[in-house]
Design a protein around this ligand. Sequence first.
Ligand SMILES: [Fe+2]
Length: 141
Amino acid sequence: MAVLVWNPKWETGYPLIDEQHRELFRRLDLLMEAVPAGNPEAVAQDLLPYLMDYVDSHFADEEALMVAAGYSMVDAHRALHRGMRVEVTRLLERVALEGLEAMGPVLEWLLAWLVQHIDSEDRRFANQLQRTAQIQAKGTP
Ligand SMILES: [Fe+2]
């Protein structure tokens, strides 16, 4: 049973981004279930790379979308993505030293970061995409 359930209030209204966010949460949920179950091999070898690979491809997709849309805050947004990856690497180094018990707080941190980031920065971008689409629709004869 899922520990983490996607909340529709996290939707930005931009389908591709929302779909990828839901997939991020699905993968994070698999980790949240595996950690208390005490399955360190599954966590370290399978589920963690499974999540972080998707984080990387999602960030790349979002940034490409921003560049294509001429989003003025792309550099700042990219820096937030990089900062998250740096922090996760730092936290995982601690898990490597302290063991799987230290993983719980890492997942909590990741969840909090994602919710906050989606609800503020990603929403800001999605809103701009929608505004641009409306302006373009109005400008079409
Ligand atoms: Fe983002």
